[in-house]
Write a protein that binds this ligand. Structure first.
Ligand code: MG
Length: 367
């Protein structure tokens, strides 16, 4: 099988809550996503999506996806999309770095492989564990009372895991954690995600002030070394996210005992092929995971669902259903949350069909 055409469309994804806010005053009102189609000479087409969390979160930006695809796609024509290790070697040789540009192509090729084999992607990724899996709800950074009200509201919809966007003023963040804790019930899990927003002295104050609260601390500071220094002065369970961008740092962090849980984002690592490599290593090393992406719509959510559903239940700390955050559906067949839980499609491949009629002209068309 050979790749004959790669096409990409820009799509806007507005938010039910109007905007999403996190550390350092960063926010996004309408997400800029890119849907990718990889066509083949076998008549099978695979689909992927990539959606950076704005331009100031990771070294990734929405227009960069399309610019990068224009550079990369000509090098992929004629390649076999079902030989994913080889395809990733070709992508890495053609374009150094820029994992987020490669992510949607890699996901689309897993979709092709699944369609060719007649099995869902989750089966190819290792097998389906359980009937469904836990989701978390990210709580946009607002006042402590507003965040507590949001948690209570999402709890009523069935979520049991909540990730608070902190990483702002430490005194307000302490109030945020305590206000939300007051509306939780036994069995709920709370994660305070600073998204690199605290300096070490601020993180030290927060972890001390919430010492008696059952809360996970996620990525308090910008650098690995700063996070490690905070880790060493707290006994809260600890999550690393932004700094875990490859296998080298994962191995180093495991050796240092730097975290209990890691957050693996598909586009941060360059697609399902590379995320599976880290996911499987985490299982061997005994590290639980949040499996997700930076942001996205129906197609990103489908890819997350296959990755999460193919992960042993005890290692899946939590996952994300981004398609329930946005007002627009971009694909038929996408997984839909039920009482805070999600399941991957049982159809071959990702099990989704993009709504191309609504997309307009492609931004990238290489054939
Ligand atoms: Mg995070």
């Amino acid at each position: 099988m050979r790749i004959t055409r790669i096409t990409a469309w820009q799509v806007d994804l507005p938010l039910h809550e109007g905007s999403y806010k996190w550390s350092g005053g960063k926010s996004v009102a309408v997400f800029d996503s890119t849907v990718v189609a990889v066509e083949t000479d076998a008549g099978i087409t695979g689909f992927g999506e990539v959606c950076p969390l704005g331009p100031a979160y990771l070294p990734a930006y929405a227009a960069g996806v399309r610019a990068g695809l224009k550079e990369l796609a000509p090098e992929l024509l004629g390649e076999d999309p079902t030989q994913l290790g080889k395809l990733n070697r070709v992508m890495d040789a053609a374009l150094k770095g820029h994992p987020y540009v490669k992510s949607a192509v890699d996901v689309a090729c897993w979709d092709i492989l699944g369609k060719q084999a007649g099995v869902p992607v989750c089966v190819l990724l290792g097998g389906r564990f359980g009937d469904d899996f836990h989701l978390y709800r990210a709580i946009s950074q607002e006042s402590p009372d507003e965040m507590a009200a949001r948690v209570a509201s999402y709890r009523a919809e069935g979520y049991r895991r909540f990730q608070l966007k902190v990483g702002g003023d430490p005194d307000t963040d302490i109030q945020r954690i305590k206000a939300v804790t007051a509306v939780l019930q036994p069995g709920d899990r709370l994660i305070a995600d600073a998204n690199t927003g605290w300096l070490p002295h601020e993180a030290a104050r927060v972890v001390r002030a919430v010492r008696d609260v059952d809360v996970y601390i996620e990525q308090p500071c910008l650098t690995y070394e700063e996070c490690l220094s905070v880790r060493r002065r707290t006994d809260h369970p600890f999550v690393l996210d932004e700094v875990i961008d490859g296998i080298d740092v994962l191995i180093r962090a495991h050796g240092d005992g730097a975290m209990d849980v890691v957050n693996l984002k598909i586009s941060k690592l360059g697609g399902l092929t590379k995320t599976k490599q880290l996911r499987d290593l985490c299982i061997t090393l005994g590290i639980a995971m949040t499996l997700e992406d930076s942001w996205g719509g129906d197609i990103v959510t489908a890819a997350i669902a296959h990755l999460a559903h193919s992960t042993p239940t005890e290692f899946l700390f939590t996952a994300t259903d981004f398609n329930s955050y946005v007002t627009r559906s971009i694909a038929e067949g996408a997984p839909k949350r039920k009482t805070g839980r999600l399941a991957a499609s049982v159809l071959p491949g990702l099990g989704i069909t993009p709504k191309f009629a609504e997309f307009g002209s492609p931004a990238v068309d290489v054939q």
